[in-house]
Structure formats: structure tokens, C-alpha cells
Design a protein around this ligand. Structure first.
Ligand code: ADP
Ligand code: FRU
Length: 309
């Protein structure tokens, strides 16, 4: 006989986007072109915005899953083990055999914690909407998309979630929430994703590439793009973050700058995940960005994204 007392698995936060390996070198000062020197330290780290978001969610005790494309081989094995170590599911990832794993060479300057990233993604295909349609959406409370080159496919994925919410006639509290991050410079078409989501995150690099000069300038330009009842968040390095709440109110948080800035790689990803971790519990945008800034401030004071708490 079937029991009606089956324990339901808690819903997960799904992060859709990139996983790569970051090959990090920490240097005493930023190198001169065509020079030759030793670094102070080096390490590998699992990277990519969506993958970094998961690293943060997992440490905050929120069940999460990474969804993206991967290849096979030594880097893929490293990444899979690391996901497992943090209890981050990656079971639905799309495997493309015989392709190169995305890698980033990252120089971290010991003097100010700045990170200079040179990214390589030679031939690994981006996710398609068909890849996404295979997911069982009932497993997720929130789906966060990293805005990437496959903008049209991402828009289709987001529409699928909107359609699912309508079809299931879920009331607002039970709806799968949608967010997107616009971070990489010069991808103007990413703006098309803003009206489709509940919360749009915009990074400083993206904003300045659109010729917006400050957080408030960015908010002023992009506020008309959000749908009614939806939210906008703009992060701006050591200036903190600003947003528009679903009631249309402007909210703001200072940055929580530590006495020493050690490593800013993934600060933005930490901020985004920290903010979502509060919003997913139904709290206000003001509380969300304040926590996001505190967590990102704690991140820049340490190496890497682990040991955040
Ligand atoms: P990224 O370049 O990694 O996308 P940002 O530089 O825009 O990210 O920073 C994202 C968030 O991280 C900021 O809103 C802030 O809360 C925090 N942050 C970044 N740099 C600093 C810093 N120097 N001091 C304190 N907080 C910082
Ligand atoms: C940090 C990051 C790195 C990665 C790069 C990709 O935000 O996700 O981990 O190498 O950006 O652009």
C-alpha cells in the first residue's frame, strides 16, 4: 500500500551557467609585460559564476544544484569531486566528450586583492533550451541564470519556467522564482532577459560597458526594464549595492570592507548568492542586499570561496 506520508525532498536552488577551473597565481605585485618571476603561491579552484553561487549556497545550508555543460577528463573529475565534497548536485549536467574543459588563468595581486582573469572556452557548447527542458522543475524553489552568450536559449528556458508556474497554477509563494545576472561587459542583448525574471542582478562591469557611470545611474536606466512586482539589484565593488524593491522602493547597502583585502575573485558571485539566500526565504530586498554585502565583504578578506562562515 502506498504511504501518504512520504517525506518530500526539500526544494533546491538551481544555478544555470558556467563551471570552469581557475588556475590561480598570487603575486607580490602585478607583473610587467614580458617579465619572468615566481609567484608567492598557486592553487586550483572550481570556478564559474553559477558554480561559485552553488559553493556559497551549500555553505549557507541551502540545497542546490549546478546545471551546465562539461567535458570529460582530469579537470571534469576535479570539478565533480569538488561539487560532491560540498554536497552540490551536478547530476543533470550535459556531458560533451572530446571537448576542452573551460579554464581561467587568474592573477591575484597580493597588494590589493585584485583579480585579473584570462578565460578560455575553446569548444565546449553552451546549454540549449532542449537540455533545460529535460529538468523536472518541481524540484526547484528558485532558478538563477548566469547571463551568457546563449541569450536566446536562456530566454526560452526562462519562458519555460514561467509557463510551468502558470500551468501548475502555483500561487505566488509556491512559484519557482527566476533570477538572472548580467555581468560580462558588452552583451547588450542580455537586457532582453530582465523583463522575464523576478530579480535581475547587474554587475559594475556590465553597467559601465553600457556607459552607466554609477549605481544610481544604472538603477535609473534599468528600472523601466523590470516587470511589475519584480526587483533589480546593482552591485558596485567597494561602493556596495543598490536596488529597486517589488514595491518600487530604492534600497541601498554599504560595502563591508575588511581591514585587509586578500582576494576579490568571486566577490560578485558571493554577493548574488548571499542576496538570493535571504530572498528565497521571503525576506525583503533591503535585508537581501545587506546580507549579500556582508557576506561578500567577508569573502574578500579570505582566500577562495570556502570557509565563508
Ligand atoms: P565582481 O567584480 O566580482 O562581479 P563587484 O566588484 O561588483 O563584483 O562586487 C560585488 C560585491 O562584493 C559588492 O557589492 C560588495 O558588496 C562586495 N565587494 C567587492 N569588492 C569589495 C571591497 N573592496 N570591499 C568590500 N566589499 C567588496
Ligand atoms: C568569477 C568567475 C571565475 C571564472 C570567471 C569566468 O566571477 O566565475 O571563477 O574564472 O569568473 O568569467
Amino acid at each position: 500500500m502506498e504511504s501518504d506520508n512520504v517525506l518530500e525532498e526539500p526544494k533546491k536552488i538551481l544555478c544555470v551557467g558556467l563551471v570552469c577551473v581557475d588556475l590561480i597565481q598570487i603575486v607580490e605585485s602585478f607583473p610587467k609585460e614580458d617579465s619572468d618571476q615566481r609567484c608567492l603561491e598557486q592553487r586550483w579552484q572550481r570556478g564559474g559564476n553559477a558554480s561559485n553561487n552553488c559553493t556559497v549556497f551549500s555553505q549557507l545550508g541551502l540545497p542546490c544544484e549546478f546545471f551546465g555543460t562539461v567535458s570529460k577528463g582530469v579537470f571534469a573529475d576535479y570539478v565533480e569531486n569538488d561539487f560532491q565534497e560540498l554536497n552540490i548536485s551536478c547530476d543533470n549536467c550535459i556531458v560533451h566528450e572530446g571537448r576542452d574543459f573551460p579554464l581561467s588563468s587568474v592573477i591575484i595581486n597580493k597588494v590589493n586583492g585584485s583579480r585579473t582573469i584570462i578565460h578560455s572556452n575553446r569548444n565546449l557548447p553552451e546549454l540549449t533550451a532542449d537540455d533545460f527542458y529535460k529538468l523536472d522543475l518541481s524540484k526547484y524553489s528558485w532558478i538563477h541564470f548566469e547571463g551568457r552568450r546563449n541569450t536566446a536559449a536562456i530566454a526560452d528556458m526562462m519562458r519555460r519556467v514561467i509557463h510551468y508556474n502558470e500551468e501548475e497554477r502555483l500561487d505566488n509563494q509556491l512559484k519557482v522564482k527566476l533570477s538572472v545576472e548580467l555581468e560580462k561587459a558588452n552583451r547588450t542583448q542580455l537586457l532582453d532577459l530582465i523583463p522575464l525574471c523576478d530579480v535581475a542582478f547587474v554587475g559594475k562591469d556590465y553597467a559601465t560597458s553600457q556607459a552607466y557611470t554609477t549605481m544610481s545611474d544604472t538603477v535609473r536606466h534599468l528600472k523601466p526594464n523590470i516587470s511589475e512586482g519584480c526587483e533589480l539589484v546593482v552591485a558596485w565593488g567597494d561602493r556596495g549595492a543598490m536596488g529597486v524593491s517589488k514595491e518600487g522602493k530604492i534600497v541601498q547597502s554599504i560595502a563591508y570592507t575588511p581591514s585587509e583585502i586578500v582576494d576579490t575573485l568571486g566577490a560578485g558571485d558571493t554577493f548574488v548568492a548571499g542576496t538570493i539566500s535571504i530572498l528565497v526565504k521571503g525576506h525583503s530586498l533591503q535585508d537581501g542586499i545587506t546580507f549579500g554585502c556582508k557576506l561578500a565583504g567577508a569573502k574578500v578578506a579570505i582566500e577562495g570561496l570556502k570557509n565563508l562562515k
